[in-house]
Design a protein around this ligand. Structure first.
Ligand code: DP6
Length: 325
């Protein structure tokens, strides 16, 4: 009862920001992302009759506490679906995501865990079902089932049965690239989970966010189909700014940005003024991801590396969906 799966992380161009159900992880709005080849997690799950509890080893270190609880709670869900409630597992993961640099690894982590655990326990699920299961580990992870561009359709049902990701176009449809800019910044103080809850509960700007998402989504999907980089980049950057604006209207207000974050945003805008089409997006932390086209790779990398406060720049292409090894 052993299986290994690999999943890539994804970067949202239309952000998932806010839940309508905390426990089932049901979102307030649809979101859309690009799966990234450069950041992935490989996970092996082994269920064994003789085990009396789960264990989780990440990058050769035993994990305990909150991170372990999230994994074991997620395995409970899979055990329940398989009707094998007293079967425990060893989970062994390797993260090719620089977690220490504050990059979200929960997307690739939960997608790889869901794929490996369902297969190891003998659950026969299709990609849509796998996306629904993955969603309950971490929302954004449900988009990592697919490569290239994918959309998480929020659904309407209270049981979550229609809330899962769908593929838009595969990775080889369009060679869009992403530079992940690692900043010399402190670890994030407010997790995405806590930040989005506070925003939904208190932000005077939250309704404005919700009102604007469906137009962004419709327009960006056309841009992707047409391979219109400027259109896609403009919508993604504006959508990111709107998401971050909601945090300033929360009570108490907060922001994920640091001075280095603003510096990179300005560096990107200045590059654009010189005619290079580049756009940024930012998740629930200080680091910035920059979208660019292959012909500008060298210039983008050099410019970002020279900017103040930059520790590293990691380049990535579009990546594939779940793979079983
Ligand atoms: C800003 O998927 O980490 O990255 O569902 O609570 O686990 P949970 O949240 P998570 O939130 C990601 C938020 C985001 C935007 C996005 O990826 O769409």
């Amino acid at each position: 009862m052993k299986a290994t799966a690999k999943a890539h992380t994804n970067i949202a161009l239309i952000k998932y920001w806010g839940k309508r159900d905390e426990e089932k992880i049901l979102p307030m709005n649809n979101s859309l992302s690009l799966t990234l080849d450069g950041f992935y997690t490989t996970t092996t799950v082994t269920f064994k009759e003789e085990l009396e509890e789960d264990s989780f080893v990440l990058n050769e270190q035993v994990v305990t506490g909150e991170a372990f609880n999230r994994v074991t709670n997620f395995l409970n869900l899979i055990r329940q679906l398989a009707g094998k409630s007293d079967l425990y597992a060893n989970v062994y993961s390797l993260n090719a995501v620089p977690t220490a640099a504050g990059f979200a690894s929960s997307a690739s982590g939960f997608a790889a865990l869901a794929a490996a655990a369902t297969r190891a326990i003998g659950l026969n699920v299709n990609e849509q079902e796998l996306s629904k299961i993955t969603r309950q580990g971490s929302g954004s992870a449900c988009r990592s089932i697919y490569g290239g561009f994918s959309e998480w359709v929020k659904g309407e049902e209270t049981d979550g049965s229609d809330s899962y990701a769908v593929p838009i176009v595969p990775a080889d449809y369009w060679d869009v690239r992403v530079a992940a800019v690692v900043l010399n910044a402190e670890e994030k103080g407010i997790s995405s989970r806590v930040g989005m809850k506070r925003t939904v509960d208190t932000s005077v700007f939250y309704q404005g966010w919700l009102d604007s998402v469906s137009n962004d989504l419709q327009a960006i999907k056309i841009g992707i189909q047409e391979r219109d980089f400027e259109k896609v980049g403009q919508i993604a950057e504006a959508n990111c700014l709107k998401m971050h604006a909601t945090t300033l209207g929360a009570n108490p207000p907060f922001t994920y940005w640091q001075d280095t974050t603003l510096n990179i945003m300005q560096t990107v805008q200045k590059m654009r003024e010189t005619g290079i089409p580049v756009y940024f997006t930012i998740d629930a932390g200080p680091n910035v991801k920059v979208l660019y086209l292959p012909e500008h790779e060298e210039l983008v990398e050099q410019t970002l590396k020279q900017a103040d406060g930059v520790t590293d720049v990691i380049l990535s292409r579009a990546g594939g969906g779940i793979a079983y090894l």
